[in-house]
Design a protein around this ligand. Structure first.
Ligand code: MLT
Ligand code: ZN
Length: 473
């Protein structure tokens, strides 16, 4: 049988213009390796359509040629979700050129954005209209809306606004047969059959390619208060969360936990990172309060709660941001955790969730399980304590060989997940399943649930050309 790829690429060049088809390995290199450096893939071409019609055209031609597609946004996946395999037979379909903010409506509190808009650019467009897009993740400068939705990203504001799924009112997508579906509805209520948009959100590109979305906005905060606290223990950090919830649950914008180990990596590796506290601690909390009211009294409320926590011995120190620059500096300590862990050496990530009340016991038991498995391993748990999503990341023992440590990643993840299971948690809270974790699906989602997922996949993508090898084992 003649190789379908050369004629496919010729047809795509003719249809989309030569600039939309990258084949030079120097141009495609950045698209075939994931951010963590876990996977080195290969591709005959990266296709970069300029609009949704171009995406549909690409999909139709790939389906006709029987060639698999790997959709890619900012390439920030933590689980290899956007990396092609090593066969060199899968094309990468980049959404980066679909980068227009189509509309922001401050009255309806919605925005319509294309898949290739970075999350940060979408946040800025919302802010310019006096609104807030209530979704924030560490990689927001590079992560693009299409990928953020395809993975149902969570992040720092889930405690207030939910996950990406909760912000999607409408969607435009190319389905696996190449049909361009316009579901860009801006309705708060719409009970008209299956919620197709919610099927595509979180499907990680296995059921179609998101090209644009209508997102819910909130009024822009006019008062914000941020503090970094040294906590006496993980239990104490959770008790502090309870205090803020009891004081004013509607004001909590983020409640993030960080271990002393992880903070140590940030202070060591990230230029300009400075701890605004008197001394390093074993546990830290970053809390952000926000309100659309200018006179919400958040600062006074923050001080009241922190004073009570100090008196109770739950925290030993706290620094309140006095300016936007200080607020950014405190957030930097949290957001650079992954980068710092990368610079420290080899790390194994566990993006898990447990009921919020179980976070302290989970961290204690998972730490003990990993120490028993690999003496000297450095647990650096951190993350979204307010919603129960902890990044239970493990750094190689000091002086150990990185590759040997990474070779034990399944063993380590399995040990952590055994603890997660005891607390009725999830093995993937916000990063998705991608290419790293499909092997876990039968054990966690097997039976009726996985059978239904497979039936949906077969019905929508009978040829299995949409991001193969991801999500489903
Ligand atoms: C974050 O919250 O910073 C990322 O999701 C974390 C990670 O590296 O596991
Ligand atoms: Zn996270």
């Amino acid at each position: 049988m003649p190789d379908p790829i050369a004629p496919l690429l010729d047809g795509l060049r003719a249809a989309l213009g030569p600039a939309a088809v990258l084949t030079d390995p120097a141009d495609t290199a950045a698209y075939v390796r994931d951010w963590r450096g876990l996977y080195q893939g290969a591709t005959p071409a990266v296709i970069r359509p300029a609009d949704a019609a171009g995406v549909a055209e690409t999909v139709r031609r790939c389906v006709a040629a029987g060639v698999a597609m790997v959709p890619q946004g900012g390439n920030t996946s933590m689980v290899g979700g956007a990396t092609p395999d090593a066969t060199g037979r899968q094309i990468v379909l980049s959404l980066a050129r679909l980068n227009r903010v189509r509309a922001v409506d401050a009255r309806d509190l919605t925005m319509t954005v294309e898949a290739g808009v970075t999350l940060k650019a979408a946040q800025e467009a919302a802010a310019a209209a006096g609104c807030l897009l209530g979704l924030s993740i560490s990689s927001e400068g590079s992560a693009q809306i299409g990928g953020v939705l395809a993975t149902n990203a969570g992040g720092n504001n889930t405690v207030r606004f939910g996950n990406a799924r909760d912000l999607v009112l409408g969607l435009e997508a190319v389905l696996p047969d190449g049909a361009l579906w316009n579901g860009l509805r801006r309705l708060r209520k719409d009970n008209t059959g299956y919620a197709l948009r919610q099927l595509l959100v979180g499907a990680e590109g296995t059921l179609g390619i998101i090209t644009a979305a209508v997102l819910k906005l909130a009024p822009r905060p006019r008062e914000v208060a941020v503090a970094l606290c040294a906590a006496a223990s993980v239990e104490a950090a959770l008790a502090l969360f309870g205090r803020f919830q009891a004081h004013d649950p509607g004001a909590v914008m983020a409640f993030e936990y960080m271990s002393g180990t992880g903070m140590g990596f940030v202070l060591r590796h990230i230029p300009g990172a400075v701890l605004p506290l008197a001394a390093p601690a074993d546990h830290y909390v970053l809390v952000e309060l926000a309100s659309p009211r200018a006179d919400a009294g958040l600062r006074a409320g923050m001080e009241l709660v922190l004073e009570a926590a100090l008196e109770a011995g739950e925290i030993t120190d706290a620094a309140l941001a006095e300016s936007e620059a200080q607020r950014a500096a405190i957030w930097k300590l949290r957001e650079e955790h992954s980068e710092a862990q990368k610079r420290e050496g080899a790390s194994v990530k566990n993006d898990v969730s447990v009921p919020v009340s179980a976070v302290p016991a989970f961290i204690a038991e998972a730490t003990a399980a990993c120490a028993a498995l690999i003496p000297g391993v450095r647990a650096a748990p951190f993350g979204h304590m307010g919603d129960g999503n902890i990044h239970f990341n493990l750094e190689q023992p000091e002086g150990a060989e990185g590759a040997a440590f990474l070779a034990r990643d399944h063993e380590i993840m399995d040990a952590v997940n055994a603890v997660v299971r005891r607390f009725d948690g999830s093995f993937s809270a916000e990063h998705g399943v991608g290419r790293l974790k499909p092997y876990m699906m039968p054990g966690w989602r097997g039976g009726a649930e996985l059978a239904a997922m497979r039936a949906i996949k077969r019905a929508l993508d009978p040829k299995g050309l949409m991001n193969p090898g991801k999500v489903l084992p």
